[in-house]
Design a protein around this ligand. Structure first.
Ligand SMILES: Cc1cc2nc3c(=O)[nH]c(=O)nc-3n(C[C@H](O)[C@H](O)[C@H](O)COP(=O)(O)O)c2cc1C
Length: 308
């Protein structure tokens, strides 16, 4: 069975993955704990925690809340910062077989470019995921991804600053995700990740206060899967670069839905909180589905549910 996929077909070196299952940024940190629990090297790729120029402590507690079929988070990009990432973490990744993609978040276009240039040529780093979609920070974040011109400006700056393949991660918190996707791809993005979390909130009725310290947070998990699937279907129909589907995937069947909607690869995020082995389960579920349906190459499934 061939499960390999290519995330950067426009590039000579490409960004080949041995299978389409990736981890979603921010849900397995930088993989150093997860590798003790399961063999990360079986996956297609690992995506790092959102990384910023300076270390960040993130938002005050409470910053997570459970919801029916999902969760809210407002972590606020807690991370070690690019210096520690390059110095301490990338050398560990360089000993792994799985490609690692670093998710970056800048407060300005220039910060995105600076982050990208710092990662260029670093052993252990195979690609960049530009996060123009974080709903939980005051400056930058989702605001970039809500404006096609701003999203394109970030993409352009990142592409100029690095030779690494660049995936741009889109926010669903827009009226027209296809417009943003087109602007980013016209600027040269190698691939798109669809979607980040949906802006949402919860209220503690006894305290008469919002549950999260920042009032709003991002909704993820199975609750958002149909929304993410719709967005992937729309975006994949409008652009000619690989789309990475993300949102509520916890089983192989979920991943197959995204692939049939047009995704080349998928990311597993919130599911790992209840089941740290979820990415492996998703991979094995895809393999089982392919075996049962007599599919020998996962490419045959990409876009299979689209009108031709
Ligand atoms: C606790 C938590 C932290 C996250 N941190 C990041 C992040 O740093 N960068 C990013 O681009 N997305 C981040 N995300 C969004 C996920 O990568 C993913 O896009 C989203 O959760 C939807 O997928 P899921 O339903 O499989 O979790 C985070 C999500 C969660 C739940």
């Amino acid at each position: 069975m061939n499960l390999s996929v290519e995330l950067a077909p426009r590039r000579k070196q490409g960004l080949p993955l041995q299978n389409p299952v990736m981890t979603a940024s921010g849900t397995l940190s930088n993989g150093l704990e997860a590798i003790r629990i399961f063999n990360i090297n079986r996956l297609g790729a690992l995506v790092s925690k959102g990384t910023t120029l300076r270390p960040r402590e993130g938002n005050p507690q409470p910053r997570t809340a459970e919801t029916p079929s999902g969760m809210l988070n407002t972590i606020g990009l807690q991370n070690v910062g690019i210096d520690a990432l390059v110095r301490d973490i990338a050398p560990v990744w360089a000993t792994w077989r799985v490609p690692v993609i670093v998710n970056i978040a800048g407060e300005t276009v220039d910060e995105f470019a600076e982050l990208a240039s710092r990662l260029d040529g670093v052993p252990g780093v195979s690609g960049i995921e530009a996060n123009v979609s974080c709903p939980n920070i005051a400056i930058g974040g989702m605001l970039f991804g809500q404006d096609p011109k701003q999203a394109a400006a970030v993409t352009r700056a990142v592409l100029r600053a690095t030779t690494l393949p660049v995936i741009v991660k889109l926010t669903p918190n827009v009226t027209d995700i296809v417009g943003v996707a087109r602007a980013v791809v016209e600027t040269g993005a190698d691939a798109l990740c669809v979607i980040n979390t949906l802006q949402a909130m919860a209220i503690d009725i006894r305290a008469r206060r919002p549950v999260l310290s920042t009032v709003f947070g991002g909704l993820s998990g199975p609750a958002i899967k149909p929304v993410a699937l719709r967005a992937v279907y729309q975006v994949a129909g409008a652009v000619d670069v690989p789309v990475v589907g993300c949102g509520g995937i916890s089983r192989g069947e979920d991943a197959v839905e995204f692939i049939m909607a047009g995704a080349t690869a998928v990311q597993v995020g919130t599911a790992t909180f209840a089941n740290p082995l979820a990415p492996i389960d998703v991979l094995e579920g895809i393999e089982r589905f392919m075996a049962e349906s007599g599919v020998s190459d996962v490419q045959e499934l990409v876009g299979a549910a689209r009108e031709s």
